[in-house]
Design a binder for this molecule. Sequence first.
Ligand code: HGY
Ligand code: MN
Ligand code: MN
Ligand code: MN
Length: 404
Amino acid sequence: MSMLDSWVDEVGLIGGNGSAVNRFAWTPELLAACEWLVERLRELGLNAEIDAAGNVIGRWDVDGADAGTAVLIGSHLDTVPDGGRFDGALGVLSGLEAIRRLKAEGFGPCRPLWIAAFNDEEGARFGTSMFGSTAFVGDDLTALRDRVGVDGVPLAEAMRQRGFDFDEVPRAKGIDGVGCYLELHIEQGPRMEAQSLDTAVVTAIVGIGGYRVTLRGQTNHAGTTPMGERRDALTGASRVVLALRDAALASGDVTANVGRIEVRPGGTNVIPGEAVFFVDIRTANPNIFPTLGNLVRDTVRTAATAEGLTAEIAVTYEHQPVPMDSELQELLGREMEAQGLAWASLSSGAGHDAQVLAPHVPTGMLFVPSQAGISHAPEEFTPPGQREPGVSVLTSVLKTLLLS
Ligand code: HGY
Ligand code: MN
Ligand code: MN
Ligand code: MN
């Protein structure tokens, strides 16, 4: 078993039960995975710490003031609820393996190499997706301070419970020391397997809009209230779910998903007076992305009117669609070609920390396949033989970047 494969198994058990993995922001499980990574990085001789935003940052620094800006690699260690062992983690561990290989062969970089495990990429607990990378690029997160998590704990309190201070988050800004960013990630979709690809160069990352929708009607008796006189919040929510699904299908360029809904009061013989649900809507098309907010608002209003409900809509996250750096795409493609790999250029329907870094520094991504295209589920898997090509390309491209 390769070092990478044993790391994958080891980290998969931190917050994992042998199949599903649950590592959410500011929880003991995620911090245990971060501390595991800090130890591995220090064993390789890097300076490593968990910063004020909960990011693990490892630094292979180079002596000499003119060493220049760092090449940054990495991904994330947090997961979705009952997630898989590879989303984010394979990118972090492949970066760790690339560093191990470079160290083992006595490679001497001319510029610093940094590695990050960005905190809370998924936003599973607080809806605060890309939290760590957003802090790293220096963008303002103040508005999230009082965001309440799925467990009812406010964000600032959850941080305090783990020894972190929300007010210190801006200290995590580190983008000024970075020259470029490279992220390896599983594809999380079926295309690479369908085309028997070993690796892929990412061309662009999808834009993502997240909305919290609250519909309110009238809680009432399920048996005595005439069907034509109900103000049922769940039927309103159902209209929204199906209407957004139909609009996305008709567009062909949009995905729409409602993965979480809370219905109150929750009695089986009670008409739901309130429904709170979360819309995740995406497109890679920069012309369509600005219209998605209105699509959600109009769809919600139409459903609320039809069911006699009131509606509230709040934006929970918004990440712009971004192209990947063309020179990094070419460098990755040349390396894949040189290694005789079956490769292609693909856009990403998943969001990544790379889309937060891309407006600030040249950013590139490469994919390795996902078995049966499954991700965000315990069945998520990339066989050992399909992990190696990505690491090999990453290691070679790093050598080029670190000597330039
Ligand atoms: O939602 C996404 O695409 C990413 O996994 N956060
Ligand atoms: Mn994910
Ligand atoms: Mn991910
Ligand atoms: Mn910015």
